[in-house]
Design a binder for this molecule. Structure first.
Ligand code: AMP
Length: 429
């Protein structure tokens, strides 16, 4: 390599890959609060945390998410492992949780098994506000047992309770039933027939979907298609008796829980094993990417992955969007400054300062102990910049007399404290 090339190499600045980002301490405070609240709320509903791997065999996602979906066909980060097996970064976690349910024989446990997870997911989507290539989900799955409507309602109640605790603003829950293996195929055929009649007025995407997946036409946001879609047959009018009863019961159970919802007949999922209840939650301040949570029932999935016939229901919350919405509505906590800055000068004060820092930290105070001696003026300036509440001043005088100086930085008042009283005095303040 020429000298010039070396220099250029050395100067290369690295940046986070497009669609990924660093979360800095000011932000992680809010992330941690959201995650802590999730742990607490989910535990009160009897959910236990599961941690599944970040990568899995590609085949698992191809089967569970669907080989023809955009997620699997275009958006997965897939690579060959050394033994030439194909592995992928997880685009979602439901497949992994179902795999784990089967792998650990969880059908032997009391049913249903209630699990929740949180962590990063990876999809190679076009990045924009609220849409990233590494993003985070907090989700839960209820596996096994019955498909009692109360379970659907309780799963929705968990999310709504979580959002309420966080004071998320503008929360809107939409629900729908997409029927089952009995009634949906008939509805899809009817929909296809109706769509064929208006094919020429539809855009190219929807025209294609008449063949591949007519339900997806209902997702269309194209202005020119809205009036046409409004006249299409609605799945609610074509549910079989079991599905209609189930849906009515889910709504009753939501009412009993005081959960407010809207019905949206256009809320659908394209995959075969999704059935009956589907729901979506939006929140304010998110622009076009305003869905913070999507969920639904997927009774066929565990079986599709080689397990026994198993009822299943779950949701995934987009944590990035949740945080964005909280920030936009001013619900973000202010970043915490240090409690105490220890301004010390002189060799004898050094040992005392280290001891004081230890005592304060053990009592739970956030302490900044400067590594090298500073003039008091400079130390106090530094304490201010760090947003410290107090400065503990330790110089030769303080160490000799045993009377330490505690300065309140907002108003500049000072008081004398002894080592024994320090913690008690600070707590009183
Ligand atoms: P899904 O797994 O596609 O049903 O998505 C569930 C939730 O995850 C969505 O409602 C979003 O809040 C969130 N989400 C999905 N994809 C992304 C992404 N690329 N970036 C940020 N959040 C996402």
């Amino acid at each position: 390599m020429s000298e010039g090339a070396v220099k250029k190499e050395e100067r290369r600045k690295f940046q986070a890959i497009k669609g990924t980002r660093d979360l800095l301490p000011q932000e992680t405070a809010l992330w941690n609060r959201a995650e802590q609240t999730a742990h607490e709320v989910f535990a009160t509903f009897g959910f236990g945390e599961i941690r599944v791997p970040i990568f899995e065999p590609t085949e698992l996602f191809a089967r569970a998410v669907g080989g023809e979906t955009d997620i699997v066909s275009k958006e997965m980060y897939t690579f060959e492992d050394r033994d030439e097996t194909s592995v992928s970064l997880r685009p979602e976690a439901t497949a992994s949780v179902c795999r784990a349910y089967i792998e650990h024989g969880m059908q032997q446990l009391p049913q249903p098994v209630k699990l929740y997870y949180m962590g990063p997911m990876f999809r190679r989507e076009r990045p924009q506000k609220g849409r990233y290539r590494q993003f985070y989900q907090i989700g839960a799955e209820v596996l096994g047992g019955t498909d009692a409507p109360a379970i659907d309602a309780e799963v929705i109640e968990v999310v709504m309770t979580f959002f309420e605790k966080l004071e998320l603003q503008g929360v809107q829950l939409s629900v729908n039933s997409i029927g089952c293996r009995e009634c949906r195929p008939k509805y899809v055929e009817l929909l296809r027939a109706e769509l064929l009649k208006v094919k020429d007025s539809l855009g190219p995407d929807s025209q294609r979907r008449i063949d591949t997946n007519p339900l997806r036409v209902l997702d269309s946001k194209l202005e020119s298609e809205q009036a046409i879609i409004a006249k299409l047959p609605r799945i609610g009018d074509h549910l079989c008796k079991e599905c209609a009863d189930h849906y009515a019961a889910v709504k009753r159970e939501l009412d009993l829980r005081g959960v407010k919802y809207r019905e949206n007949w256009r809320l659908v999922r394209g995959l075969d094993y999704y059935m009956r209840t589907t729901f979506e939650i939006t929140a304010q301040g998110l622009g076009s990417q305003d869905a913070v949570c999507g969920g639904g029932r997927y009774d066929g999935l565990v079986e599709l992955l080689g397990g026994p016939p198993t009822k299943g229901l779950g949701f995934a919350i987009g944590e990035d969007r949740l945080i964005l919405s909280l920030q936009e509505s001013g619900k973000a906590p202010v970043a915490q400054g240090r409690d105490v800055y220890i301004a010390w000068m002189g060799e004898s004060a050094r040992a005392t300062a280290i001891r004081a820092a230890k005592t304060l930290r053990n009592a739970g105070f956030g302490v900044e102990l400067p590594p090298v001696e500073q003039k008091f003026g400079k130390a106090l300036g530094q304490a201010d910049k760090l947003g410290a509440k107090y400065a503990l001043i330790l110089g030769d005088n303080e160490v000799t007399s045993g009377e330490w100086t505690l300065k309140t930085l907002v108003d500049g008042t000072q008081r004398k404290v002894t080592e024994q009283q320090l913690i008690a005095d600070l707590k009183k303040l």
